[in-house]
Design a protein around this ligand. Structure first.
Ligand code: TA6
Length: 298
């Protein structure tokens, strides 16, 4: 921690702190916003533009401990999204969110935004779960918008495929006070109905039951209106054709020991993903980046 502070603190703007569960975290506070990022998982835990309510949801019952996933914020799913395709013993959503990342850079942009870059590369532990050589980099830009990019490079000699997601949990006033625009006439796999492909006919999606949809072949920006908080959140993305919308509702929430029974009422996940029909294939020497860009406003 002392070394991290000496190398990467930026006075009055970026501070390395020991966070919940003694996990190393980066606290950012600039002219635009404040944010908290855990090195464990390269996980954005909190993002709050000045004068606004918290944008990201964090479970009151989340665990902060090595080996366990954090429930809330922006979990990074890599190198697979959801359960492992063939081995149920491997961790759901891959190992990126269960690994401590290295700090590569902290810096201030001329417009007052802050950049944090974190890195992860293959190790004995990652190769035991996924036998490839790779480098992953997370670039988090904190400003009036929050921009998160996951870049994967194939540093080995074999071509590999992967799936991923920036599994963002949004903080909402009440789940029945929100509407989600941007997915009209879009096909989705319904994970609650044997992955049947359906089409969203409605202009606007409202969530009033358990929802777990993987929208296919869409690059659309999502506009989430929160009538209780009286705000709109825009979720744009780059290099992602799958958008996941998830809320576990009452019964499934009770199956998560890191959520309180009422947790589902104040969250919705809107996730930029490469999964389902959108699996990334990366040749040796090549790289691929996926981004999600979150902003408040009309
Ligand atoms: O993105 C939706 C989803 O894949 C759901 O199927 C769901 O169970 C969720 O993510 C949370 O997964 P986790 O492994 O964090 O419990």
């Amino acid at each position: 921690m002392t070394e991290l502070r000496e190398k990467f603190n930026i006075e009055g703007e970026v501070e390395f702190v020991s966070g919940k569960g003694d996990l190393p975290m980066v606290s950012i506070n600039n002219q635009h916003a404040k944010a908290l990022i855990s090195l464990y998982g390269a996980h954005v835990l909190s993002y709050q533009p000045h004068g606004e309510k918290e944008v990201l949801w964090m479970s009151d019952a989340s665990v902060f401990s090595n080996g366990k996933a954090i429930r809330g914020g922006v979990p990074v799913c890599f190198p697979w999204f959801g359960p492992h395709p063939t081995d149920p013993k491997k961790p759901a959503h891959g190992f990126a969110r269960l690994t401590t990342w290295k700090v590569l850079e902290t810096s201030t942009l001329h417009n007052g935004k802050t950049i944090l870059r974190l890195g992860l590369s293959d190790s004995m532990s990652t190769r035991s779960m996924w036998p490839y050589e790779f480098k992953a980099e997370m670039m988090i830009i904190v400003g009036k918008t929050l921009e998160i990019t996951l870049k994967i490079s194939n540093t080995g000699s074999e071509t590999f495929t992967f799936t991923d997601a920036l599994h963002t949990y949004f903080n909402v006033s009440k789940i029945n006070n929100i509407s989600i625009a941007g997915l009209a006439n879009t096909n989705y796999q319904d994970a609650l109905d044997s992955f049947t492909v359906k089409t969203q006919q409605e202009e606007i999606l409202r969530i009033d039951q358990e929802t777990n949809r993987r929208y296919l072949d869409t690059t659309a920006e999502i506009l989430m209106t929160d009538y209780g908080f009286n705000r709109k959140i825009r979720v744009a993305k780059k290099n992602s054709l799958t958008t996941v919308i998830w809320n576990p509702w009452i019964d499934s929430t009770l199956t998560f020991n890191d959520m309180t029974p009422e947790g589902y009422q104040t969250m919705v996940c809107i996730e930029a993903s490469n999964s389902v029909n959108d699996i990334v294939k990366l040749e040796p020497g090549n790289n691929f980046s996926i981004s999600t860009i979150i902003s408040l406003g009309a």
